[in-house]
Design a protein around this ligand. Structure first.
Ligand code: N7H
Length: 462
């Protein structure tokens, strides 16, 4: 069984949060950093801490108290650069992690240009600074609560480290709680970890080693140093979302069906780009109309596998949730376990303000907003990178000859070039839809390793 006291809290269950800060840091004095970090280890949130926190939240809800309970968590992760700074020379057996995300930018087709023979992604300068040694996550019920944790870290680590920059994430207000900025409910379909979580109907069950290093099913088990056990690789991506532009695109391209008002046609197009209605209801189950009751029912909202019909009448092959978890599209061809190696545990949060009336009116983004995308896995080449390269950006996937599905309209990237997809119109499934620009714009990121508590005690501190 997994030792839930040894695994940091965000890896499997996710720290419950209304707000989250991502503090990207540089190690200034490695010897002092190691000494001071030792004092912080008791403050690092474990998976068992999250089990207890969730229970406390449930108890609180049962009492009918509408307020939030004060709650927060801290996690810490390191880039390869950070391991180097600390003199940790063991090879973690993940080449993408070792090279850093910057080295993958061209391969995953981030926008950018070749300058003097080298690819220069159009990233924020902070992510190109080569200063990011590590990442503290602070998550909790309010800015005031996590500010206390953040203060504590600064107080203990002192001048042994310095902030490179900080991203402030926040759950969206009111009814939009849990919805990302385009308006769709997020965090519905996550893998269940065998022996830790009881799966809901339709939920993908993966061996723990797909998410937790050194556990059963870790494909690189034999080549890891022993201290890497109970760690995980964290992908951070700063993804801007062009919300007013996306909304305008839907307005301009409603799906046309007899008797369907244009506004409904636009809503349907949005649902067919994502594969779920904004409520979270899957279009493979309810292809024509939204069904909020279905969306809210965890026994039903993930119980589908695209196998009901062979064509795209219910769900386009290239819809975001179909590209990123193809379910029977893959298992029919390659067997029941085919999707499992590519599972990731997603634990991101939106950043940036709500769309302003002016932005809405002009159909133009003036303030940066989007998703601080976070996911965990044990092999970056199987998880995040595989999903980007072999699925989202691969116009031939999922294999459905003679149809060419096209790009994942949400996260598929084509460098600076145009994208297309098919299947959005249920009545004209081979019609091509031009996606004139990328609705989601990659602004940078990094790959990190989130060590176990034991590793923090033995390798990262002195
Ligand atoms: Fe995606 N969106 O609002 O359209 N995502 N995603 N994602 N995503 C999902 O089932 C979204 C991104 C996955 O098992 C939902 O939780 C946006 C990246 C996977 O059925 C919605 C962005 C990657 C799933 C969105 C974004 C993924 C998934 C449905 C960027 C990986 C589960 C809710 C700004 C490389 C699929 C849910 C399944 C679901 C959206 C990014 C992967 C609404 C806006 C970068 C594996």
């Amino acid at each position: 069984a997994l030792n839930l006291d040894d695994i940091q809290g965000d890896v499997i269950l996710g720290i419950p949060k209304r707000v989250e800060w991502f503090l990207f840091f540089k190690i200034v004095n490695p010897a002092h950093f190691k000494k001071h970090l030792k004092q912080l280890i008791p403050a690092i949130t474990t998976t068992n801490d999250i089990v207890k926190a969730r229970k406390a939240i449930d108890d609180h809800k049962k009492k009918g108290d509408p307020g939030l309970i004060k709650l927060s968590g801290i996690n810490v992760s390191f880039s390869q650069r950070g391991l180097n700074a600390l003199g940790i020379t063991d090879n973690l057996a993940d080449p993408q992690f070792a090279a850093g995300q910057f080295a993958s930018a061209q391969d995953i087709k981030d926008p950018g240009q070749v300058v003097n023979g080298a690819f220069d992604p159009a990233w924020l300068p902070q992510f190109k600074s080569h200063d990011i040694d590590g990442l503290f996550l602070f998550a909790g019920d309010s800015e005031a609560t996590i500010n206390e944790d953040c203060d504590k870290v600064f107080h203990v680590l002192g001048s042994s480290f310095k902030q490179v920059f900080k991203v402030h994430g926040n759950v969206r207000p009111g009814k939009e709680k849990g919805h990302e900025h385009f308006g769709f409910l997020d965090g519905v379909s996550l893998p269940a970890i065998a022996s830790v979580q009881t799966p809901l109907p339709g939920q993908l069950v993966v061996p723990p080693g797909i998410i937790v290093v050194g556990a059963d099913g870790d494909p690189n088990l034999a080549s890891r140093p022993s201290w890497a056990a109970n760690g995980s690789f964290l992908v951070y991506r700063q993804l801007n979302q062009l919300v007013p532009e996306f909304d305008k695109f839907l307005l301009d391209n409603p799906i046309q069906e007899p008797g369907l008002p244009p506004a409904k046609g636009s809503e349907l197009l949005g649902a067919r780009l994502v594969g779920r209605w904004k409520s979270g209801a899957p279009i493979d189950i309810t292809p024509k109309v939204d069904d909020p009751a279905l969306a809210a029912d965890p026994q039903r909202n993930n119980n589908f596998d695209f196998s009901g019909v062979a064509d795209q009448s219910k769900c386009p092959f290239a819809a975001h949730v179909r590209k990123t978890n193809p379910r029977s599209d893959l298992t029919n061809l390659f067997g029941a376990d085919a999707v499992k190696p590519h599972a990731i545990n997603r634990n991101g949060i939106p950043f940036g303000p709500e769309v302003t009336p002016q932005e809405n009116h002009e159909h133009k983004t003036h303030c940066d907003r989007g998703l601080s995308f976070v996911c965990y896995q044990t092999v970056l080449a199987n998880g995040f990178e595989f999903i980007m390269k072999s699925w989202a950006n691969n116009i031939g996937f999922p294999l459905q000859k003679p149809v060419v599905p096209g790009f994942d309209p949400i996260i598929g990237q084509n460098g600076n070039d145009a994208r297309t997809m098919q299947g959005t119109n249920p009545d004209a499934q081979t019609a091509t839809l031009n996606l004139p620009f990328e609705f989601v714009v990659a602004k940078g990121g990094e790959y990190f390793f989130t060590p176990s508590i034991t590793a923090l005690k033995t390798k990262f501190t002195a």
